[in-house]
Design a protein around this ligand. Structure first.
Ligand code: NI
Length: 542
């Protein structure tokens, strides 16, 4: 072997070694990178949980601005109204949330309910609300005691199962003159295609065989829970099922049964609910029941089936037409709002807003409770802008949920948003966990809409105490001028109250859910402006 041959061999070996080493190093480097990345991501997620949520939220916001396809997918079930910016106006465009409040001496009642576009559906809902009001009036009058507050709270959960198919569950809590309160449920399944309002019993085969299936499945479920098993009276449950009194609604692939207090159990158990797989009770359902509760697809109903299940709208119900709160108006699109405002301007044109140029030496906080409302709140915002006025809106959580875009508009125009609870209960009648829930759920919904939580709350009926206040960091804000707008429904009367009671640093209580309040606003703001008031948020007068 000569020297050159030896050199060639050495060179080849070296090249091979270099290639192998490079390969191994590259492999190690790539893997190392991956490990580092995932490890550091996990750590930063753990350490900055909130920030990560924030940045996810930011991205969610951007996604929404772009009206991105992903978001459409997420909300394909909602089919929500969108304005020109592509933002949602309401959660379900077929629905407007209504709330009636009674705030009298010793009487605190609030009734929240959804209204659809169809009068037939609305009749059923309004009849139920009317009955609830009458029942409460009877009970509170019968049991009236001096200095004892009676409260009644009716609120609802509405879920969309599929196109035009909803479940509506009312929760009704009544507390009369300090006596023990009770909770009751009412459940409906709403077909907004053929305009039917069903209850669960409409879908049960009315035969002993079907009742037996239901009894077996439900009692087996009850036995899984010691408390329920102890308190439930099984013979009563059997009768209850045979008498077709079951109350239930579909939730995904399950059926939720709601039992009111004393329905089938000793009072100690209170109202309770149970979930069972729909599959298990399938054989107790009619064919129509299977289509609606299992397929949850109204298009699969045959004409014959439709005729079979059509529920006649009770004609005897007279829908209260005079009360403006009951008049369903479509949530206005931006364009509509613009047009309606123009009409409004013709009646009360901007140049009639007489600002005498009085120097603004005093401050007053105008506040609006119980909204937002798809048809009235946008008008309030337009009027406030004309006066360059900032106001504070104490919003109801469930309405925030259905009117996210309006909540955002309120925020973007520089107004303050406060917490007025989820369901408008008298907070002093609730336990600590319920109080916390009323505050927290509302704050979460407001944060979803505007990216921040409120710093103040207004207790419904102005009813609060130290133990309520200690459940939150938010400051309670009451008022100094009660316009009683919800009661008078009279723009002139509202103005008179303001004229008689205004003061520097005052807080005016109004409600942005009444048309008559909107009608009073130009006069009220013109008057106060001429008295030298600047319109500020509550933060600025506290
Ligand atoms: Ni209120």
């Amino acid at each position: 072997m000569n020297v050159s041959k030896i050199l060639k061999v050495i060179l080849t070996v070296m090249i091979l070694l270099v290639l192998i080493v490079t390969g191994v190093l590259t492999y190690l480097w790539i893997n190392g990178q991956d490990d580092d990345n995932s490890a550091s991501k996990q750590v930063s997620q753990k350490m900055n949980g909130n920030e990560t949520d924030e940045s996810q939220k930011d991205e969610a916001d951007k996604t929404e601005e772009k009206n991105d396809d992903h978001q459409k997918e997420d909300e394909s079930k909602d089919k929500a109204i969108r304005n020109e910016d592509g933002e949602k106006n309401t959660l379900y465009d077929e629905v407007e949330v209504q709330m009636d409040v009674i705030d009298e001496h010793n009487i605190h009642a609030s009734y929240q309910y959804p209204l659809f576009h169809d009068d037939g559906i609305n009749k059923v809902i309004l009849q139920f609300i009317k009955e609830q009001k009458m029942l409460f009036e009877q009970e509170s009058t019968r049991m009236e005691k001096a200095n004892q507050i009676s409260t009644h709270n009716v609120n609802f959960k509405l879920d969309k199962l599929s196109e035009n198919l909803y479940t509506l569950v009312f929760e009704n809590t009544m507390n009369v003159s300090g006596a023990n309160g009770y909770v009751q449920y009412k459940t409906w399944i709403i077909d907004n295609k053929n305009y039917n309002v069903f209850t669960f019993k409409d879908f049960i085969i009315n035969e002993p065989k079907a009742h037996d299936i239901l009894y077996k499945v439900i009692s087996a479920e009850i036995k899984k829970d010691k408390d329920k098993d102890f308190y439930v009276d099984y013979p009563t449950l059997k009768d209850y099922i045979q008498n077709n009194q079951l109350r239930a609604y579909p939730k995904g692939e399950k059926i939720v049964f709601n039992f009111n207090e004393y329905d089938v159990a000793a009072g100690a158990l209170g109202a309770f609910s149970l979930e069972v797989s729909t599959e298990k009770i399938k054989d107790s359902l009619t064919d129509e029941g299977k289509v609606i509760l299992i397929d949850q697809d109204l298009t699969k109903l045959t004409d014959k089936q439709l005729a079979q299940i059509r529920v006649d709208t009770p004609e005897h119900i007279d829908v209260p037409k005079t009360e403006e709160d009951h008049t369903y108006t479509e949530a206005p699109s931006s364009e509509d709002t613009q047009q309606e405002n123009n009409t409004k301007n013709n009646e009360k044109p901007t140049n009639q807003v007489v600002d005498k140029g009085v120097p603004k030496t005093k401050k007053i906080a105008v506040t609006f409770d119980d909204g937002p409302n798809g048809s009235t709140t946008p008008h309030v915002l337009e009027i406030l802008d004309k006066f360059n006025a900032k106001a504070t809106f104490y919003m109801i959580g469930s309405k925030v949920k259905y009117n996210q875009n309006i909540v955002r508009q309120v925020h973007e125009r520089g107004h303050q948003i406060g917490n007025h609870t989820m369901n408008h209960p008298d907070l002093t009648t609730l336990g600590q966990s319920q109080i916390k829930q009323e505050f927290d759920e509302t704050n979460d919904l407001i944060q979803q809409a505007i990216g921040e939580k409120p710093s103040t709350f207004r207790p419904p009926y102005g009813s609060t105490n130290a133990s309520v206040n200690q459940m939150t960091d938010m400051k309670p804000v009451l008022w100094t001028i009660d316009t009683e707008d919800w009661k008078s429904h009279d723009p002139q009367a509202i103005l008179e109250v303001v004229k008689a009671n205004h003061q520097d640093g005052g807080i005016v209580l109004m409600h942005d859910i009444h048309k008559t309040t909107v009608d009073s606003l130009v006069d009220v703001l013109t008057f106060l402006s001429n008295e030298g008031y600047e319109f500020v948020t509550v933060d600025e007068v506290m």
